[in-house]
Design a protein around this ligand. Sequence first.
Ligand code: ADP
Ligand code: K
Length: 446
Amino acid sequence: MLFNPAAERMPLPQLRALQNDRLRAQVAYVHARVPFYQQRLAAAGLTPAGFRGLEDLPKLGFTKKTDFRDHYPFGLFAVPEAEVARLHCSSGTTGKATVVGYTAADLAVFAELVARSLAAAGCRPGMKLQNAYGYGLFTGGLGIHYGAEKLGLTVIPVSGGSTDRQLQLLQDFRPEILCATPSYAQVLAEEIERRGLDLGAINLQYAVLGAEPWTEAIRQQVQAGLRVAATNIYGLSEIMGPGVSQEDVDERGTGSYVWEDHFYPEIVDRLTGEPLPHGAPGVLVLSTLTKQALPILRYWTGDITHLSYEHSGKRTHVKMGPIRGRADDMLIIRGVNFFPTQIEDLLQHAEHLSPCYQVVATRRGRLDEVAVHVEVAAALWQALGLGAPGAAPGPPPDALVRVQGALAKKIKDNIGLSMAVHLVGPGQLPRSEGGKLNRVQDLRHL
Ligand code: ADP
Ligand code: K
């Protein structure tokens, strides 16, 4: 189902014309209202009257997270405080929270784009949605909430965490849809299995997962464990919140539609900042086209992905690939660029291992070392008669040594780095407590 077919299927020439009109208006608007952008435009030799549109956009520098911090809390806002209908903060994965604001009209667009996203995920009016995204300053909870209402869903605003309650509500209220971080959806799937709950008593059909990077390995685990079709929702507070892009349930694995009538995406080189052609991986840079309270031009998301129209299906808008990590998440180990999610890709095809892992980077002398901790699949653990997963380990059985060696070799062959592989029992690694899970510890610079 398309929530807004006229917008979602707009022919490309018309979409481009709309973007140009909206961008020119947004540039004139920030020039008149936001000193920060007035200076930026002047520094780039641009005037609102002379600004031609998309073709002039790369002349502007980037807006970065530090710009939000330098203008904390409301310095980048384009409207008087009294016109701000709501404030949110980013969840602060990378330092001090940044403050964002919305007018009533911004909130209406936010709700519409989340409604579009949920419709693309398979949700239809009349269904119930259990919202396990965190409510509060984080944009996830309320962002999903109002979009779900706009689509005509019944919202169960449970927020993140409280696994007992989540499972109870899934059984008692029988929602068709779950919204959660992928790592928390994994936790719910595992708990259902561990407690031996009957999947028949749970009515889920769709899971809409986002707020942190995830991969096909996790998709498979969640889809099997919750018996759902799981799609990706992407967004960030600085631009809006969840619903900047969304994967279609029938086109899973081919990327997420960026709602191009409201956001203009570019991919740039992470070192030079130069725009890259479609298909090339780089940093996603987003410009808002219709924001009132906090219009942002060329926001450096730090997220690494690529764009492509090749896989367009039901809609004309561009698709972005999965986030391969953040530019600032990338580890450079002994000169090799490495995203921890590459480990996840390998685990997808590793027999006898679960997709629960942790990567720890340390430095011995001048040499970077990486240790990968992975959970053994419960089936193998039991078959080997290894007992309680947390018990003091005896000498590992040959079967485990072989599994460990196979993964170490795979890592070396595919990533080009030798890493120490440590296998642990099922359930031994940290789990999401309802929010984001950090699978990477970089201890090299402590
Ligand atoms: P923070 O930067 O503090 O996490 P937000 O809470 O606004 O701020 O989160 C936005 C970021 O979360 C994005 O820039 C991206 O790194 C990550 N993110 C959000 N959705 C996804 C997703 N579907 N896949 C991968 N990463 C995502
Ligand atoms: K996030």
